[in-house]
Design a protein around this ligand. Structure first.
Ligand code: HEC
Length: 139
């Protein structure tokens, strides 16, 4: 378990160094596609199907992120995706195989509607990532 964590973190560190120039500016919208490539593709695969280069080294297979809507009655589970990335509300069954990104991707907040007119300030990077993952959903 420790070994997979270290592998995962080493890959994350390597990818953030590679993707770090040029720095995102405060006033530009974060690119979900770029954030995904830098933070998620190593495990979840370039197109989100769970076939990243690190996948076989993890004790738990990374989920197929293109099937999130299909697994949820055709509705993209945006709040679940954001809280899973962030780490603030993961199901009890959730393993430690995926790192939490709440601290790493914190930054400027944007307002996200979380249902029934309730809005929650959410890091812009997590919202951009959720938008990008929504665009990967299979029909
Ligand atoms: C070190 C590998 C790793 C990285 C990096 C990673 N994940 Fe994961 N992810 C996993 C694993 C493994 C699971 C399944 C965990 C479980 O169910 O216990 C998972 C599960 C998920 C789930 C839940 C899917 C479902 O069907 O319930 C979402 C959403 C998700 N990841 C999104 C992301 C996003 C977005 C990123 C990048 C910000 C990311 N992950 C980065 C390994 C990773």
């Amino acid at each position: 378990m420790r070994k997979t964590w270290i592998l995962g973190l080493a890959a994350l560190a390597a990818s953030s160094v590679a993707g770090c120039v040029p720095q995102e500016r405060e006033h530009t919208q974060p690119s979900g596609k770029r954030l995904y490539a830098e933070n998620c593709a190593a495990c979840h695969g370039p197109s989100g199907q769970g076939d990243g280069t690190l996948a076989k080294d993890l004790f738990m297979p990374p989920s197929d992120l293109t099937a999130l809507s299909a697994n949820n009655d055709g509705i993209f589970p945006r709040n679940y995706v954001v809280s899973t990335m962030d780490g603030y509300a993961r199901g009890e069954h959730f393993s430690g195989a995926m790192p939490e990104f709440g601290v790493k991707l914190a930054g400027k907040d944007v307002i996200m509607e979380t249902g029934d007119g309730v809005v929650t300030p959410t890091p812009a990077a997590l919202v951009a990532l959720a938008d990008y993952i929504e665009s990967l959903q299979a029909d």
